[in-house]
Design a protein around this ligand. Structure first.
Ligand SMILES: [Zn+2]
Ligand SMILES: [Zn+2]
Length: 280
């Protein structure tokens, strides 16, 4: 973990005191990411095949069969639970329960990771219920535990992707939808994958979720508190995406972090009847 990230988190804690609790937890656990050196092995079909896949809109991998190091993820998951359950938290007991479940029943964790990757909300909820933990917390920890593998995969397989040939609203690497977007130089829009963090270009006047490109059915509202933050929405599928205008924002943080500290924008979007994904 680079000191740079920790420095960014500290800066954001000052800037957004209302998120200091969430940020402190994040700061506390990202330190562990460095301790894991996952092995990510996969055989890349030859370039011609991946080129064709891209042309036909197939991501390189699907979420269910991403070549991730599940052993590394499991041990990181347990480290995180160990650490968090040693803290004074409201869900301390539930975290302890989850830890002993993960230690004693290997299947429980394997099952959780599979449910998380296949976006099976019902299964995640029932797994969370077994240990009285909030499904959100469990999903967050599973995601963090998979991060070292995902980062490694993003760096290695990401290079194989021909960014210019990809014009879909889902991630060319893992097929997930974006959780954030940003406007870069000359106002070009990029989407950020909610799972693996890969970023790709996507037309500004088109909904990534339903491809709607009728200007009348697209819109956005801006954050009143801070310049450069906005929410783009689609009136056709009622989905939205938080967008950062990097041309305006001074010192933008990595999008994972910005996502965490812009929950007030999610709330505004929900109030207006928009949703982040199909399930909400
Ligand atoms: Zn992805
Ligand atoms: Zn749409």
């Amino acid at each position: 973990m680079s000191n740079e990230l920790l420095h960014q988190i500290d800066r954001l804690i000052q800037k957004r005191p209302m998120y200091s609790e969430a940020l402190s937890v994040y700061r506390d656990i990202v330190i562990f990411l460095n301790e894991i050196e996952p092995e990510v092995k996969y055989v890349m079909k030859d370039d011609v095949i991946s080129e064709i896949k891209v042309k036909e809109g197939f991501p390189l991998f699907s979420r269910e069969d991403l070549p991730l190091d599940l052993k590394a993820a499991s041990s990181l998951f347990m480290r995180l639970l160990e650490h968090l359950s040693s803290k004074k938290r409201k869900d301390k007991e539930a975290l302890e329960k989850a830890l002993s479940k993960a230690q004693d029943h290997h299947d429980w964790l394997t099952n959780l990771i599979a449910a998380f990757l296949s976006r099976d909300e019902e299964r995640v909820s029932s797994i969370a219920k077994e240990v009285d933990l909030e499904p959100m917390v469990l999903k967050f920890l599973t995601h963090i535990a998979l991060k070292p593998s995902l980062n490694k995969l993003k760096t290695s397989a990401g290079k194989k992707i021909n960014k210019n040939a990809w014009n879909y609203g889902y991630c060319p690497l893992c097929g997930s939808y974006p959780d954030m977007a940003y406007l870069g130089d000359q106002g070009k829009r990029f989407l950020h994958c909610e799972l693996c963090g890969y970023e790709w270009h996507y037309p500004r006047l088109q909904c990534p979720f339903c491809k709607n490109d009728q200007p009348k059915k697209l819109g956005y509202f801006v954050s009143e508190e801070e310049e450069g933050f906005r929410v783009d929405f689609c009136k056709k599928c009622r989905r939205y995406i938080k967008t950062l205008d990097m041309r305006v924002i001074e010192q933008p943080a990595p999008l994972e972090l910005e996502n965490l500290i812009t929950l007030h924008l999610d709330m505004l979007a929900h109030e207006q009847g928009f949703k982040a994904d199909e399930s909400s």
